[in-house]
Design a binder for this molecule. Structure first.
Ligand code: ZN
Length: 280
C-alpha cells in the first residue's frame, strides 16, 4: 500500500469545522494498526504554476498570500501553505499510479467543490482536476476516470474541467448528482460493478474519492444514506472491479463529518481492508 503523505499536509493548530485538515494523520495511524504493510511515499508540493493549471492565477495568489478566503472560510496562510502539500500528495500519487500502473493512496480531502476562482465547502484547490491535467502534460494521458462517491456533487471538478477545456480528458461520475437514498441504495450497489465497467473501462487510471459522508449517520449526508456494511460492500466492489479491469486506482478520503472523529476513521478503515482483500 503506497501512501503519499508528508506531515506538512496536516494543520493541527487550527480548529475548523471540517476535520479534513487533521484527518490524514489519524487515518494513517489507524491504517498502520490494521497491520497491513504500508509504504510512505515522498510528496512533492505543487508549485504556484501547477495550481494555476486549474485555477485563475489571481485567485491562487490571493489564497496563498492570505488575501482571499480559503475553503475553510478563513485567510490562514498556514492552511494555504498546507494546500500545496495536499494537492501535491494527490498529484504525486496520481503520477506514480499512471507511470507504474499501480494503485496508490493520498490521505487528502477538500477538492471537489473548489471552483476556478472560488473556494467552497471546505475545498480550495481542485486537486483532482490539477492531477488530471498534470499527468496529461507530463505523460500524455488520454483518458482519466473520476469516481466520486462522496455524498455531495463534484461541482467544482466539473467547473474546473470545463473552464480549462479538459472535459474530454476525464470521465466523471459523482454520487452527489444521483438520487440515491435508503430506498434504492441496495440497488445502486448492485449496479455499481456495471457502472464502473461501463464508464471507466477505457480509462488509464481512476481517481477514487472514497468519501464517507454518504453514511446514514453523517450530519452532512445528502446522497447515499449507506449503512456501515453497505460502505464496506461499496469498497469491496470498487477494488475488485478495478482489479478485474486492471485499472490502477488513486484513492483519497473526501468527506466524513461524524463526531467523534473516530467514527469517521472506522469508516475509512473499511477502504484499506477492502483494498487488501481485493489485491492480495
Ligand atoms: Zn461531501
Amino acid at each position: 500500500m503506497k501512501v503519499f503523505y508528508n506531515k506538512q499536509q496536516v494543520v493541527e493548530s487550527i480548529v475548523v469545522d471540517s476535520p479534513s485538515a487533521r484527518k490524514p494523520k489519524l487515518v494513517l495511524q489507524s491504517w498502520k494498526k490494521l497491520g497491513y504493510p504500508m509504504e510512505i511515499m515522498k510528496v512533492r508540493p505543487l508549485t504556484v504554476d501547477e495550481l494555476c493549471l486549474a485555477h485563475d492565477p489571481a485567485y491562487v495568489r490571493g489564497i496563498l498570500r492570505g488575501n482571499i478566503k480559503n475553503g475553510f472560510d478563513n485567510k490562514s496562510k498556514e492552511i494555504a501553505k498546507s494546500l500545496l502539500w495536499t494537492t501535491g500528495s494527490f498529484a504525486s500519487a496520481a503520477a506514480h499510479a499512471y507511470q507504474h500502473r499501480e494503485s496508490t493512496f493520498s490521505p487528502t480531502s477538500g477538492f471537489h467543490h473548489a471552483h476556478y476562482d472560488q473556494a467552497a465547502g471546505f475545498c480550495t484547490f481542485s486537486g483532482l482536476t490539477i492531477a488530471a491535467i498534470l499527468i496529461k502534460k507530463r505523460f500524455g494521458a488520454k483518458k482519466i476516470g473520476i469516481l466520486d462517491l462522496d455524498s455531495h456533487s463534484g461541482d467544482g471538478t466539473d467547473q474546473t474541467l470545463y473552464k480549462t477545456g479538459h472535459e474530454d480528458l476525464v470521465e466523471h461520475y459523482s454520487l452527489g448528482y444521483d438520487d440515491v437514498d435508503i430506498y434504492n441504495n441496495e440497488q445502486w450497489l448492485t449496479n455499481l460493478p456495471d457502472l464502473i465497467r461501463e464508464r471507466f473501462s477505457d480509462c488509464e487510471v481512476l481517481f477514487y474519492q472514497a468519501g464517507v459522508d454518504c453514511h446514514i449517520d453523517d450530519p452532512e449526508v445528502d446522497k447515499g444514506h449507506f449503512t456501515t456494511e453497505q460502505i464496506a460492500e461499496r469498497e469491496r466492489i470498487v477494488y475488485t472491479t478495478c482489479r478485474e479491469l486492471e485499472l490502477p486506482v488513486v484513492t483519497n478520503l473526501a468527506g466524513g463529518y461524524q463526531k467523534p472523529i473516530e467514527k469517521v476513521i472506522r469508516l475509512h478503515d473499511l477502504t484499506a481492508i477492502a483494498f487488501y482483500e481485493a489485491n492480495q
